[in-house]
Design a protein. Structure first.
Length: 282
């Protein structure tokens, strides 16, 4: 029985090489680490040791199955991050909770599938010339579309999303291209490092979508710290993605607690800090 099992998905059965750095560091310290695909029915999760979720990048396509998997595995072994945290984070309405607790977020309109919505009127009321439409359950660019007022296909896209669940509309921030997103990584609640990443990037292993190491500004750190302070349970890892608003102030775009890339390869000592965090939770 391994000490730890790192969990991935079928398209990346041997892990993202970035996650492998963390696994290798644990093995260097004398611990056994296995890799498993979360949808593999042959895995005996009761004998998996501590389960660490990593690149389960298809969970949004099998959402109900993933929720059941969390319950089943959580009943027989420890999972990081905790299932209760993951379940709350799996629906992007968590942003509304952050906003209510004083964390600045990208302005968001929440669209309920039960009621009709006039997208053009919404954009006019908000004075958003361009906007981004997303499903409330999604990952990376799945279901995400940049739209403009008067675009008939935009209304059709929103209507299509609403046939499967709720959606959200946010302003398109030019800063995502001029400045980029900043992903701030926390390990066991402590800030570790940051990376720049492109907005609307495709799923790729670290380095495959133009990411680079950066130094987070004090303002970015302050906003990310506020998000971390809202956690109601101890977490092995967290990633806070921030962007500047039109006034240049950092705001939260995503608070990633399920399977975020941690960019361990982009920061000196990050694999060691990850292993330290894992062992601190034993």
């Amino acid at each position: 029985m391994p000490d730890y099992t790192f969990v991935t998905y079928s398209d990346l059965p041997d892990l993202d090489p970035d996650d492998r750095l963390g696994a290798d560091e644990l093995e260097r310290r004398g611990f056994s680490v296995k890799t498993a695909v979360w949808t593999d029915d042959e895995v005996d999760w009761a004998r998996a040791g501590t389960v660490i979720i990593r690149s389960t990048w298809d969970y949004h396509q099998r959402f109900d199955q993933f929720m059941r998997w969390l319950d089943r595995v959580g009943a027989v072994t420890q999972i990081w991050n905790p299932p209760s945290v993951i379940k709350r984070n799996a629906v992007k309405t968590y942003l509304r909770d952050l906003d209510a607790r004083g964390v600045p977020i990208v302005p968001t309109e929440w669209i309920d599938p039960a009621g009709p919505v006039d997208l053009d009127k919404l954009l006019a009321r908000r004075r958003w010339r361009k906007a981004v439409i997303k499903p409330v359950v999604g990952l990376a660019t799945s279901g995400v579309r940049i739209v403009e007022a008067g675009d008939r296909s935009a209304r059709q896209h929103l209507d299509a999303l609403l046939t499967t669940g709720a959606a959200m509309v946010q302003p398109f921030l030019e800063s995502v291209h001029t400045y980029g997103e900043r992903a701030l990584v926390y390990l066991d609640g402590v800030y570790s490092h940051a990376a720049s990443k492109e907005a609307f990037q495709r799923l790729a292993v670290v380095g495959g979508a133009g990411e680079a190491a950066v130094v987070a500004t004090p303002q970015e750190r302050s906003v990310a710290d506020k998000a971390i302070a809202t956690l109601e349970a101890r977490c092995l890892f967290a990633r806070v993605d921030v962007v500047p608003d039109d006034a240049g102030n950092p705001i939260v775009m995503e608070f990633e607690l399920i399977e975020p890339t941690l960019f361990l390869s982009l920061a000196d000592g990050a694999p060691q800090r990850f292993a330290d965090a894992v062992l601190a939770l034993r």
